[in-house]
Write a new protein. Structure first.
Ligand code: HXC
Length: 510
């Protein structure tokens, strides 16, 4: 056999991963193969594979090393929409995509490549976790990966696709990355699987309920994007990357400015102050082409976060959602928004905050769930952010939530308000009950007095004028003029300098 033929056969065998039978099994599970995934995500012909010939290398007990093509992971570099990315894809057809020493070394090498070249990293997880036969070597491998996930956090965007099992300590690498994508009936993430739970706790639970795609997007918030198919998830990745710079030093990619598809009129806020509305309509009326990519769409729906463009420039939007729980801030909403703000700040993406919230959610459940600690993350992330921050108060902005939703006092570059804004220390009913308690109780008709006091309080405080008279609100305007004002506000806002770049870091984990 000629050297050329030998080489070609060798490459072809390695590229088949676990072989035809294993690949057929993978397809029967409704999954693409690792190589197909890489090809689908990247621009055609752009993939440069590295380390295809790397061999299994570790102490183990009796693995057939010849079966371990590429040691169960494909690594390399490619392009998405002409922009370079680094990528790895675990190959479940090779020892269940389990992570051994050489497998980990390949991932670490491509991560270092991404960090050095300062390009986004995409990781495709489809693995049984630590390769049991390799013992502590696989634990070493995970540690090396976690270290890099952390040191490159805030330097390059890191995206994780969960396209199969991701179990045990393996879940912590995706959890350390910026965005996690899951696919219906394919993704499973858990620290301990159903069998262990059955043994230890006697509880029966299916993998889907325990850690499937809906569980992680709607209940735990561990995943940010839900897709029905792998192809849909790949499209989500491409769309997301279109808003992001390749690294923290690059300016976010500007596109051509486009007007919104929908007009924003004053009908967007209902005449009845207590009536809900959909804040997505406001967003669609403000941003270019009415194009808004929600992050964490199914989780903590009382706050909306996501990416859009305004005058061609990518921005991150954080908006209370009156349609869910009246837009209150709770533990999950605070976590969701704080993490998003921090991501945007790390990558130089300006923040637009839309405010309509009655405040932090009261109650024993929330207090015991740590709403103080979690709510503080929101204050922290806004205060810490040095990117341009523009705030629009649409309706309610009460108490702590007024401060927390990027008020001037937390460093907003501009605060804009609509005539429907209500900026006060608390809602009129609560305020009247406390301030006029004695007067109400002593009156002949307490209920009538109470209503009168509520009305007085509303007349005095449920408007934007007191805050504007003190300069806490910079600009009052109407909905149909808001987009132009927001564009100008971003144009004139610079990066802020907190003057503390000497510090090592703050102390609030988000
Ligand atoms: C070695 C593994 C493996 C592993 C799967 N395989 N997981 N080999 N180490 N961790 C192998 C199987 O032996 C099998 O090999 C092939 O992969 C396919 O696995 P199946 O079990 O046939 O597939 P399926 O029925 O789909 O089940 C998939 C699975 C299951 C749910 C992932 O394999 C499983 O439960 N694996 C163990 C998961 C686990 O407990 N991992 C935690 C390890 S400890 P053959 O040769 O038969 O095809 C850990 C700690 C890390 O991860 C801590 C880091 C901080």
């Amino acid at each position: 056999m000629s050297l050329k033929t030998m080489f070609r056969e060798f490459v072809s065998k390695l590229q088949k991963g676990g072989g035809d039978v294993a690949q057929e099994k993978q397809r029967k599970r409704g999954k693409l193969t690792a190589r197909e995934r890489v090809d689908e995500i990247l621009d055609s012909e752009s993939f440069l594979e590295t380390d295809l010939f790397v061999e299994h290398s570790s102490t183990d007990f009796g693995m057939d090393t010849k079966k371990l093509a590429g040691d169960g992971v494909i690594t390399g570099f490619g392009k998405i929409d002409q922009r370079p990315v680094a990528i790895f894809a675990q190959d479940f057809t090779v020892a269940g995509g389990s992570l051994g020493k050489a497998h980990a070394a390949k991932i670490v090498k491509v991560m270092d490549g991404a960090g050095n070249k300062k390009i986004p990293l995409i990781g495709i997880n489809d693995s049984g976790g630590a390769r049991i036969q390799e013992g502590v070597d696989s634990l070493y491998g995970y540690g090396e990966i976690f270290l890099r996930n952390t040191t490159f956090s805030g330097v390059i965007p890191q995206l994780s696709l969960i396209l199969g099992p991701c179990a045990g300590g393996a879940v912590y690498s995706p959890a350390l990355t910026d965005f996690v994508f899951v696919v219906e009936k394919i993704s499973n993430m858990f620290i301990t699987g159903p069998q262990v739970i059955k043994t230890v706790l006697g509880e029966d639970v299916s993998p889907e309920v325990l850690g499937g795609a809906i569980t992680h997007t709607a209940i735990t918030g561990n995943a940010h994007f839900y897709a029905k198919t792998e192809f849909e998830a790949f499209e989500q990745i491409k769309r997301l990357l279109s808003f992001l710079p390749a690294n923290c030093l690059e300016t976010p990619p500007r596109a051509e400015s486009k007007p919104p598809l929908k007009e924003l009129t004053d009908k967007v806020i209902p005449d009845n102050r207590r009536k809900a509305y959909d804040v997505i309509d406001v967003i669609h009326g403000l941003v270019d082409d009415s194009d808004f990519m929600q992050v964490h769409e199914l989780y903590a729906k009382n706050i909306v976060v996501g990416f859009a463009r305004i005058d061609g420039k990518p921005i991150g939007i954080i908006a209370n959602q009156p349609k869910f729980l009246a837009g209150v801030l709770d533990v999950n909403a605070s976590d969701k928004a704080a993490r998003f703000i921090r991501f945007c700040d790390a990558f130089g993406i300006s923040l637009l905050t839309l405010v309509d919230t009655p405040g932090y959610l009261p109650g024993v459940d929330q207090e015991h769930a740590g709403v103080i600690r979690h709510g503080a993350k929101l204050l922290y992330s806004y205060s810490e952010a040095t990117v341009p921050k523009v705030t629009l108060i649409m309706r309610k902005a009460y108490g702590g939530a007024y401060i927390a939703m990027c008020s001037r006092h937390l460093g907003a570059s501009s605060v804009i308000a609509w005539p429907t804004a209500e900026i006060a220390v608390m809602g009129a009913e609560g305020a009247a009950n406390i301030v006029f308690r004695k007067e109400i109780a002593a009156s002949e008709d307490p209920e009538a007095t109470r209503q009168k006091k509520i009305q007085e309080y509303e007349d005095k405080f449920a408007n934007p004028y007191v805050a504007a008279s003190k300069g806490y609100v910079d600009i009052l305007t109407e909905p149909n003029k808001t987009r132009d004002i927001v564009i100008k506000a971003f144009e004139y806002a610079g990066e802020q300098d907190h003057g503390n770049s000497f510090r090592r870091h703050g102390n609030i984990p988000l």
